[in-house]
Design a protein around this ligand. Structure first.
Ligand code: DX5
Ligand code: ZN
Length: 228
C-alpha cells in the first residue's frame, strides 16, 4: 500500500524561545510536526514535556507527531495524549507490556507508532507491528539532531516495507535522522513514506522551499517526477 509522502519537521532544530512562530512558519508547507520528547535517561539529552505539548496544541492544527525517547512511556504517553498529541511513537524495549500501551493509546483516540534504533532488527518489534499505525526506523542513534544519516539502515526499511505488503498492513513507514534532499531519495526508494527532518528544514531561512526540496526528492525516489 502506498501512502502519500508526509514531511514532519522536527522542532528540535527550531528556536524554542519562539516555538509558536516557528511552527506557524512551516505550517503552510506540511501536514505534521515532529516533537521529540527526551528524558535524559533513555537518551543523554532533555527536551520538553506536557506543558510544551499543551501549548503547541493550542497554537497549531498540524498533526502533533510525538517521538518519545523516554524510559517510562507507559506513564507519560497517556498524559501527552491528554495534552493534545495526535500520534505517539515510543521505543518499546524499555516497557514491560508495550502491547497494552498500544491498546491504551488507541482507546484514547491516538495514533500509535513503534520506533526501532539503528542497531535493533525489525524482528525485535515484529509482534507489535500488526497493531500500530506507524513504524519509525531511526536513521541515526536517537538523542541529538544534526547527525549523519546511517545508510546501513536502508535494508531494514526495505524489509519493513516488504513485511507490510506481505501481511497486507497499512502502517506508515517513518524515518528520522539525517534526512535532507539527498538522503530523502534513498529512503523513499527503500519504502519510507513519512520523513522527519530537523536541521534540513529549520536550518534554512525559507522553510517552505526547504520542505519542498525534501518532498520533491522523496517523490523522485519513488519514481514520481516533479511531485509535491
Ligand atoms: C533525534 C531525533 C530527531 C532529530 C532529527 O533523536 O529523534 O527527530 O530532531 O534531526 P535531524 O533531522 O537534524 O537529523
Ligand atoms: Zn525524532
Amino acid at each position: 500500500m502506498l501512502h502519500d509522502i508526509v514531511i514532519s519537521p522536527s522542532i528540535l532544530a527550531a528556536d524554542f524561545a519562539r516555538l509558536g512562530a516557528e511552527v506557524a512558519d512551516v505550517a503552510p508547507a506540511v501536514e505534521w510536526v515532529h516533537v521529540d520528547v527526551m528524558d535524559g535517561h533513555y537518551v543523554p539529552n532533555i527536551t520538553l514535556g506536557n506543558p510544551v505539548v499543551a501549548s503547541l496544541r493550542a497554537a497549531t492544527d498540524l498533526v502533533l507527531d510525538l517521538h518519545l525517547m523516554i524510559t517510562d512511556p507507559a506513564t507519560y504517553a497517556p498524559q501527552l495524549v491528554e495534552r493534545g498529541a495526535d500520534s505517539i511513537t515510543f521505543h518499546p524495549e524499555v516497557t514491560d507490556d508495550p502491547r497494552a500501551l498500544v491498546d491504551r493509546l488507541h482507546e484514547m483516540g491516538a495514533r500509535v507508532g513503534v520506533a526501532i534504533k539503528p542497531d535493533h532488527p525489525l524482528s525485535s518489534v515484529v509482534e507489535l507491528v500488526p497493531h500500530v499505525d506507524l513504524v519509525l526506523v531511526m536513521t541515526v542513534e536517537p538523542g541529538f539532531g544534526g547527525q549523519s544519516f546511517r545508510a546501513d539502515v536502508l535494508p531494514k526499511l526495505v524489509e519493513a516495507a516488504e513485511f507490510r505488503d506481505e501481511h497486507d498492513l497499512s502502517f506508515r513507514l517513518e524515518v528520522d535522522g539525517g534526512i535532507d534532499p539527498e538522503t530523502a531519495v534513498a529512503v523513499a526508494r527503500a519504502g519510507a513514506d513519512t520523513l522527519v527532518a530537523g536541521s534540513a528544514v529549520f536550518g534554512h531561512d525559507d522553510r517552505t522551499a526547504a520542505v519542498g526540496a525534501i518532498r520533491a526528492a522523496a517523490q523522485r525516489g519513488r519514481g514520481v517526477e516533479g511531485g509535491g
